[in-house]
Ligand binder design. Sequence first.
Ligand code: FAD
Length: 290
Amino acid sequence: MKASAFDYARATSVAHALELLTAHGERAKVLAGGQSLLPAMNLRLMAPEFIVDIGELAELRGVTVKGDVLTIGALTRHADLLKSPEIAAHAPLLRDAVAHVAHPAIRNRGTIGGSLAQADPASELPACMLALDATIIARGPRGERRIAADEFFAGIYETALAPQELLIAVELPVQPKDSTHYFHEFARRHGDYAIVGLAAQALVRDGRFADLRLGFFAVGDRPLLARSAGELIDVAVTPAVLAEASSALDEELSPLEDQQATPAMRRHLAKVLLMRCVSSLLSRPDLCTG
Ligand code: FAD
């Protein structure tokens, strides 16, 4: 199928893109790498009347580190994240996760901003933003605002972005040298959207979690920062403690049914991931029975 007719403009600066978005209101859609928007248009799931192409805005591309903040421009492509020494050094969780996003051809075009603005609940990068305690920078006609990742994802394909706002960048705290991470997803084939996945960032000191952030995906209508992780912080983790955290997690999940899995299967898989993650981060094979 082909997309319905639309008008098109290539933005020459962020200010120009914002002008176009303001002028065309809800009729307009931003085009970044096009790896989600164009298939949706070709399938006629979406029919924007005006496309604002931001793909040439070099100012929105790249990874920088200043002090203890890692900034990733919205147009940084998945393939760039995979190759970035800054990401490998300061947010290796993100590098591990990006390797699971689609396939090389899609990663060569798709951008981090597009992935976050798309807000697919089965997507890897939104959950990483929760685990890494990211701040999303948005710019609109009234200026810039900073949105905590935990407040950014609002539902299936829904975010806190207003129609006339652009996602400009993502800021991540540089992870301490002794921090550790875990990433795993269950998917039918490598590169498919996950059935259930977990992106976790942790600090382990003297065999206990000093910090633990668990970002689950494909367990509801948006990524989930599991509050039940709190039960595992600063305590000696025993099988009983882990079982309690697992029950608490169960209450937090609201998995959806689709052709890939039932809600019950997703709950089961999320709990398996929790157990494997904790066992791996604490290097305690005795905690893993699944
Ligand atoms: P676009 O398609 O250009 O835009 C996506 C949406 O975000 C649009 O609504 C657009 O208006 C909006 N948008 C983009 N940039 C901005 C911005 N800066 N500010 C405001 N709004 C913006 N994704 C996964 O996460 N995991 C997968 O496993 C996966 N597998 C895929 C497999 C296939 C076969 C395909 C075709 C896609 C797959 N995707 C997957 C989706 C895709 O990889 C990502 O969603 C994509 O990278 C989004 O980035 P983009 O730059 O291409 O966004």
